[in-house]
Design a protein around this ligand. Structure first.
Ligand SMILES: CC(C)(COP(=O)(O)OP(=O)(O)OC[C@H]1O[C@@H](n2cnc3c(N)ncnc32)[C@H](O)[C@@H]1OP(=O)(O)O)[C@@H](O)C(=O)NCCC(=O)NCCS
Length: 166
């Protein structure tokens, strides 16, 4: 279900969302978006910390220049980086917003000297796996019983890597 009233969504869908780096004041909107996308939602304080952290690339997609409809967070450590999360408002999925967020983030990481980017994804999250493979991430490992699920079972994680040219 979308976080936006349908009438507003319809108007804003006419214009593509704009990307900009997240600010601490976007934290509450990030937390709402995260709660709509994941079982274990992160707190606004987590996003505020990421937005302030110079070692993070925290990017948002904004409809009508104001309403957050997608976001991604990556964290650098030397020449490596990890994608910590990516999420798109359910009503805005399938419009290449995640791909744009990732491409901009990867370009920024490359510009900052990062040469290897890692991530973990639940093995049956088909949309996310397809997104990452579309962006040339390659499977490099599997972690058994990694993610806790609502029904008490645990799901396997796929670890992926993408090399960047500097
Ligand atoms: C995964 C997610 C971020 C994708 O966002 P999105 O904006 O809909 O994705 P895009 O429209 O940018 O799609 C980019 C590519 O990903 C793939 N993809 C995205 N959604 C897909 C789906 N439902 N089925 C198959 N492929 C999909 C496609 O290859 C697509 O490229 P193409 O359209 O050129 O073929 C979104 O589904 C989401 O927020 N899911 C919940 C949170 C989540 O699981 N995050 C990832 C955690 S690891």
């Amino acid at each position: 279900m979308s976080l936006l009233p349908e009438s507003i969504s319809r108007i804003w869908r006419a214009a593509p969302p704009e990307l900009r780096w997240l600010r601490p004041q976007d934290a509450a909107a990030c937390a709402r978006l995260h709660a709509a996308s994941f079982l274990h939602g992160w707190q606004a304080g987590d996003f505020e910390a990421y937005a302030r952290d110079e070692g993070c690339c925290a990017l948002g997609a904004f409809a009508g220049a104001k309403m957050l409809v997608g976001a991604s967070i990556a964290r650098r450590s030397g020449a490596e980086a990890e994608i910590l999360t990516i999420m798109v408002d359910p009503a805005w999925r399938g419009q290449n917003i995640a791909r744009q967020l990732m491409e901009r983030t990867l370009a920024e990481l490359a510009a900052q000297g990062v040469s290897k980017v890692f991530l973990e994804v639940e093995h049956d999250n088909l949309a996310a796996c397809a997104l990452y493979r579309r962006l040339a991430f390659a499977d490099i490992a599997r972690r058994q019983a990694y993610y806790a699920r609502a029904d008490g079972t645990r799901a396997e994680a796929i670890v992926m890597r993408r090399d960047l040219a500097n």
